[in-house]
Structures are given as C-alpha cells and as structure tokens.
Design a protein around this ligand. Structure first.
Ligand SMILES: NC(=O)c1ccc[n+]([C@@H]2O[C@H](COP(=O)([O-])OP(=O)(O)OC[C@H]3O[C@@H](n4cnc5c(N)ncnc54)[C@H](O)[C@@H]3O)[C@@H](O)[C@H]2O)c1
Length: 350
C-alpha cells in the first residue's frame, strides 16, 4: 500500500511516518506540511510537498491526516475525491457538523475512514475487552472510565487547548480516547447525561472537567470523567464490573487487575499484571515506545481494512463521529440539565 502523510512534520505526524516506514506492507508515498522546509525535513527520501494538489497528484492508496482538527475537513474531502482511503487523527473535526460531512464524503466515495484511537491497542485496554467478551466476569453490570492530566502545562502549543481549533477541552483531548474506549466496550453510546465546567483554567469553550453517564442501547451504563485538573499527572483507566468479578486496565503505568469468582460473592481470585517490560522500556526511553507500538498495530489494521478484512479492532468513521458527538453532548446536557439521545449508528459500512 502506498500511503502519504499530511502534517508529517508534527509530533504525531513524525510517528505516523515512522510506522509506515516500519510496516512491510506499506511504502511512504509522499509527505506534506505547511512549508517545503518542514516537509523535506521529515520526508525520509519520499517526495515532499507544501501544496495539496501536488501532493495528491502522487499515485497512492491512502493518506494519514495528522494536522490539527480545524483544517481536517478540506483535506479529507480532497483525499476522498481523489479516491484515497483516510486514517485521521483524533478528533476527526472540531465540530459535529464537520465530522458528519467527512463521514458522508467517505461513504459517497466508497472509501474507508479509519480513526486514530490508538489506545485500543494498548495491552492493558485490549485485555479488558478480551476479558469482558470471554464471560470470565459474568454478566456485565457497569463500566467506569477515566482520562485526565494536569491540563494546560501539558501542551506544547496553545491551539491544543483552544476550542476553535481543537473542539474543546478535556472531552476532546485525553477524554476522547476514553469516550471511544467506552463505546468500543459498550458497542454503542445512545444516551449521554453530564456536567461540564470551565471553573479552573477558564478557557472559554474548553471544559477542564466533565463527568457523565453514558448508556448503550441495551441500557448498559458507563460512568465517565475527563479532567484537565488531575494534579497527580496523566492517567487513563477503565474498570468493568460483572456479576462474577471485575477487570481493570490503566495507563500510565500500564497495569491490569482481574478479580474472578466461581459465583457472585464467592472467594475472589485476584491477578495483577504490571506489564514490567513496558514499564522498563518507557523508563529507559519514553512513553513514545508504547505509543509507537500502538500506531504500528493500528497501521497494520488500517491496511487490513483496506484489504477488506473483517473483525478488526481499528476505529472506523462512525467511532470517530460518535466520539465527537458525545464530546459535544456532555456540555449540551450540562447546559440543559437533560440527557442527550443519539441514534444507534453502529459500525460504518461502505
Ligand atoms: N492519537 C494520539 O494519541 C494523539 C496524541 C496527540 C495528538 N494527537 C492528534 O494529532 C493531531 C496532530 O497533533 P500534533 O501534536 O502532532 O500537532 P503538531 O502541531 O505537532 O503537528 C501538526 C502538523 O500539522 C501541520 N499542519 C497544520 N495545518 C496543515 C495543513 N493545512 N496542511 C498540512 N499540514 C498542516 C503543522 O505544520 C504541523 O507540522 C491532532 O489532531 C491531535 O489532536 C493524537
């Protein structure tokens, strides 16, 4: 597969380029960024561009779009019009309407849209899903899910916390990965009731705390929090509670806890996995080791998707859209005091 990267000079774009170079089934077709200087510096010998038309004239099958969200729509639309598949970074767009237009364009062109929810591939979180589906913890009763960090000091650029560019606050940043994780585990989110506030960092339109209850069409509830005022540092965590046990996945550090019982209320058997190999690799190098591995797994599945394979873990355009819709629904529910109901859109079909 010949794959190009737009936003190739960015923090994440550079990692996306690295995953294509490391993937035996992929070839880096071309890169593009805002200036020729930036593009050339991250081209690794591939053709470099600062203009979209010239970039799209290079023969390729797909493009990874790793720019900030507010410029993504015309890039996605042009890529679909050129017959390319797209893997978009999260959030898909900084508005619900823009996200819907991008999904509609993918469908109209009959091209795949993958979403950069790479935390699906973190071992702690993929384990939670596997346990949940295995039946080991019995009937699933509810989910607790969290993503947070210290907020503004975490960002390298101010666009990352300005809602006109990024979409909003904690719900759109660390929180959007966990919204997707909730949907990935629940199957779908069709009801959202929540409270969002901007009391601490006071950036208009960018909530620094959001708490919500999500419900699946079957009534499975998840209690969710996204925070930019977690003074204890970056972390994300999922806990799934069933009639015969619970499973927890967390990062960072990567950790799993599994508690199982023969029958409800019986003697608990507890297993803990601290993923020592990952913790040591991150200590010696950085968190990028884990992120890169997840990007590599995601790229592999993006290629599988383009090759027509089924039953993949990769997030599709509907996952990207629903995560944005939920990020908008929590503040809406907070304003009105009412739950927001969303259609059951399920998986994206071409
Ligand atoms: N999946 C993850 O875990 C993860 C983590 C961090 C950020 N992100 C997302 O990745 C995206 C990029 O974030 P980043 O931290 O790499 O930002 P960044 O600012 O480091 O990089 C963005 C790049 O896009 C380029 N760019 C901007 N507008 C462009 C345009 N119109 N055409 C071509 N290039 C353009 C910029 O010059 C820059 O090189 C954002 O959507 C962000 O939310 C994802």
């Amino acid at each position: 597969m010949r794959i190009g990267v737009i936003g190739a000079a960015g923090k994440i774009g550079q990692m996306r380029v690295a995953t294509i170079l490391a993937e035996p089934r992929a070839e880096l077709a071309a890169v593009m960024d805002m200036s020729m200087e930036k593009a050339r510096a991250h081209a690794h010998g591939a053709p470099a561009f600062d203009r979209l038309e010239a970039f799209l004239a290079v023969p390729m099958d797909a493009v990874v779009i790793s720019t900030p969200a507010h410029v993504r729509e015309p890039l996605c639309l042009a890529a679909f019009a050129a017959g390319l598949h797209v893997l978009s970074e999260k959030p898909l767009h900084h508005t619900v309407e823009g996200s819907r237009r991008i999904v509609a364009a993918a469908k109209a062109a009959g091209r795949h849209l993958g979403a950069g929810f790479n935390m699906r591939y973190y071992p702690a979180f993929s384990y939670v899903r596997d346990v949940m589906q295995s039946g080991q913890i019995g009937e699933i009763d509810h989910i607790r899910i969290y993503g947070g960090h210290e907020g503004l000091p975490k960002f390298a650029f101010d666009w990352e916390y300005k809602s006109e560019i990024s979409g909003g606050g904690a719900l759109w940043d660390v929180g959007i990965h966990m919204t997707d994780m909730a949907r990935h585990l629940m199957g779908e989110i069709t009801e959202v009731y929540g409270v969002a506030s901007e009391n601490v960092w006071k950036v208009r339109g960018s909530e620094d705390n959001a708490m919500a209850i999500f419900k699946s069409p079957e009534g499975l509830p998840a209690i969710y929090q996204a925070s930019w005022i977690d003074w204890n540092g970056y972390k994300s965590a999922v806990e799934v509670y069933g009639s015969r046990g619970m499973v927890r996945g967390a990062y960072a550090p990567m950790e799993n806890v599994l508690i199982t019982m023969e029958k409800t209320g019986g003697a608990p058997r507890r297993t803990v996995n601290r993923h020592r190999g990952i913790q040591i690799a991150e200590k010696l190098r950085s968190w990028k080791v884990t992120a890169l591995k997840s990007f590599q797994a995601e790229m592999g599945e993006f290629i599988d998707l383009m090759e027509g394979r089924q039953g993949l873990r990769i997030a599709d355009g509907h996952a990207a859209l629903r995560a944005v819709e939920v990020a908008a629904a929590v503040p809406e529910s907070s304003r009105t005091g009412l739950p927001v109901r969303l259609d059951n859109i399920g998986a994206m079909r071409l």
